[in-house]
Design a protein around this ligand. Structure first.
Ligand SMILES: Cc1cc2nc3c(=O)[nH]c(=O)nc-3n(C[C@H](O)[C@H](O)[C@H](O)COP(=O)(O)OP(=O)(O)OC[C@H]3O[C@@H](n4cnc5c(N)ncnc54)[C@H](O)[C@@H]3O)c2cc1C
Length: 404
C-alpha cells in the first residue's frame, strides 16, 4: 500500500497549479461578474496542457494515462477549483472530463472518433442531460422517450437545469441524454445517447442562476429529434447502467471541485487571521477561530483522502472489473458526494465569518464560492438525501430503500 501520488502525478499537479494560479485565479472575479462564459485563452491554455484529454485515450486524441484516468481528472479539477472559486470553470471542465470518460468507455468507435478528439482539444463541450421538470431525483420516472426509425431514434421530451446549453450551442458538442426506449421495462428500458445540441428539433432556454455565473444552465426541449444509433452508449436499453457508472465518475469530480475551492478558502482564512489584529492580538490566537480552522482542516484532509481512494477504486475497476465490486464503488462515491458539498459550504461560511464584513463584499472571492458550492448541495449528480439512500441501501440492505 502506498498513499502518495507517483512522481508523475505530483509533477502534473504542480504544473496545473502553476497554470491555474497564473492564468485562472486573476480572472475568476471577472468570469463571475461578466457572466459571458469562460475566456477562450483559458480554454486554449488548458487544452495545450492536455487537461481536457486526461480521461480520453491517446488513440482518440487524448492524453490519458491508462488506468489512472480518474486520479488525473481529480487532480485537474481540484487545482482548477482552487483558482476559480466561482466554480464556473471547474464545472465546465469536470463535465467534459467526467462524461468524456464515459463516452470513451461506452461509445461506439464512430462516436468516439467524432466526439473525443474535439473534447480533448477543448473545442467542443460535453455535458449530461437527465433531469426533467417532473423531478431530478426520480430519474426512473423520466418522460423523455424515443421511437426507432430505421437506424435512428426520434426523441421527444424536455430536460431542465442542464449545464452548458449556451456553450454547446456556441462551441459545438452536446449532452449525453437519457430517454425511454421501452417504457414498460422501467429502468431496463432506458437508453443513454449523445445528442448534439445543434440537432434539428432542439430548442433551449437559459435560466438565471444564483452562482457559477460564467457557465450557463438551461432547459432543452426535444421535438422529433433524430439521434443516430451510433450515438448510443453501450447498447439500446442499457442506458440506466451506463448512467449509474457515469454518475460515479462525475460525482467524484464534483467533490474534487468542492474540495479544491474550500481548501483555497481555508488557506485564505489562515493567512487573514494571522495578520488581522483585534484586542491587541492576531485573530488566529483566539481558539474560537483557530480551533474552527483546525476542525475544518481535519475534515477536509479526510475528504481528500476519501476522494483519492475513490478515484483509485474507479481506475482499478476500469483496468480489471473483477478487482473491485460495484457496491464498494457506489458506497465510496456516495460518502464523497454526501460529505463534500456540505463541508464546502460549511467551510465557506466559516471563512466568510473570519473575514467579517469584508467576507460579505466582493473584495474577497468567498461569497462567489458560497454561491457556486450551493449548486452542488441542491443538485449536481444527486442531492445529499439521494446519497443517504444509496449508503443506507449499501449498509443496511434493500429494506432501507424508501420507494420500493
Ligand atoms: C446549477 C445546476 C446545474 C445542474 N446541471 C445539471 C446538468 O447538467 N444535467 C442534469 O441532468 N441535471 C442538472 N442539474 C439538476 C440536478 O441534478 C437536480 O437539481 C437534482 O438531481 C435534484 O433534482 P430536482 O431539482 O428536480 O429536485 P427534486 O428531485 O424535486 O428534489 C427536491 C429535494 O428533495 C430531496 N429528495 C428527493 N427524493 C427524496 C427522498 N426519497 N427522500 C428524501 N429527500 C428526497 C432532494 O435531495 C432535494 O433536496 C443541475 C442543477 C443545478 C442547480
Amino acid at each position: 500500500m502506498d498513499f502518495r501520488l507517483t512522481e508523475e502525478q505530483r509533477l502534473f499537479q504542480q504544473t496545473v497549479r502553476e497554470f491555474a494560479e497564473k492564468h485562472i485565479a486573476p480572472r475568476a472575479r471577472e468570469i463571475d461578474r461578466k457572466a459571458e462564459g469562460i475566456p477562450e485563452e483559458i480554454i486554449k491554455g488548458m487544452s495545450e496542457l492536455g487537461l481536457f484529454g486526461v480521461t480520453i485515450p491517446e488513440e482518440y486524441g487524448g492524453s490519458a494515462v491508462r488506468g489512472e484516468e480518474m486520479v488525473y481528472a481529480l487532480l485537474t479539477i481540484h487545482e482548477i477549483a482552487r483558482a476559480d472559486l466561482s466554480m464556473s470553470l471547474p464545472v465546465y471542465a469536470l463535465l467534459c472530463l467526467g462524461w468524456g470518460y464515459v463516452a470513451a468507455r461506452f461509445g461506439s468507435d464512430a462516436l468516439k472518433r467524432e466526439l473525443l478528439p474535439r473534447i480533448a482539444r477543448g473545442e467542443w463541450f460535453l455535458g449530461i442531460a437527465t433531469t426533467e421538470p417532473s423531478g431530478g431525483s426520480d430519474l426512473a420516472n423520466i418522460r423523455t422517450h424515443a421511437q426507432k426509425s430505421g437506424d435512428a431514434y426520434i426523441v421527444n421530451g424536455e430536460k431542465i437545469y442542464i449545464s452548458g446549453v449556451v456553450e454547446a450551442a456556441q462551441r459545438g458538442g452536446g449532452h449525453l441524454t437519457l430517454f425511454k426506449t421501452a417504457p414498460e421495462r422501467g429502468t431496463r428500458g432506458m437508453t443513454f445517447a449523445y445528442v448534439p445540441l445543434n440537432s434539428p428539433g432542439i430548442t433551449t432556454q437559459k435560466l438565471t442562476m444564483m452562482g457559477r455565473m460564467g457557465f450557463s444552465t438551461g432547459m432543452i426541449a426535444y421535438e422529433n429529434v433524430t439521434v443516430p444509433m451510433q450515438y448510443v452508449l453501450d447498447a439500446e436499453n442499457r442506458g440506466w447502467y451506463v448512467l449509474m457508472e457515469g454518475f460515479n465518475a462525475a460525482r467524484v469530480l464534483v467533490c474534487a471541485a468542492c474540495a479544491g475551492g474550500s481548501e483555497r478558502a481555508l488557506e485564505m482564512s489562515a493567512e487573514y487571521t494571522k495578520q488581522r489584529v483585534l484586542f491587541g492580538q492576531p485573530l488566529a490566537k483566539f481558539e474560537g477561530i483557530s480551533f474552527e480552522i483546525a476542525d475544518d482542516y481535519a475534515k477536509l484532509e479526510m475528504l481528500k483522502n476519501q476522494l483519492l481512494k475513490t478515484a483509485w477504486l474507479i481506475d482499478e475497476f476500469g483496468k480489471q472489473p473483477q478487482a473491485v465490486t460495484r457496491k464498494e464503488i457506489n458506497a465510496n462515491v456516495a460518502i464523497c458526494k454526501l460529505t463534500a458539498p456540505l463541508l464546502g459550504v460549511e467551510i465557506a461560511k466559516h471563512v466568510m465569518m473570519h473575514y467579517g464584513g469584508l467576507g460579505y463584499t466582493i473584495e474577497t472571492p468567498v461569497e462567489m464560492l458560497f454561491r457556486g458550492l450551493m449548486s452542488y448541495v441542491v443538485g449536481a449528480e444527486g442531492g445529499a438525501n439521494i446519497m443517504r439512500i444509496i449508503l443506507a441501501r449499501e449498509f443496511i440492505g434493500d429494506v432501507a430503500i424508501p420507494y420500493k
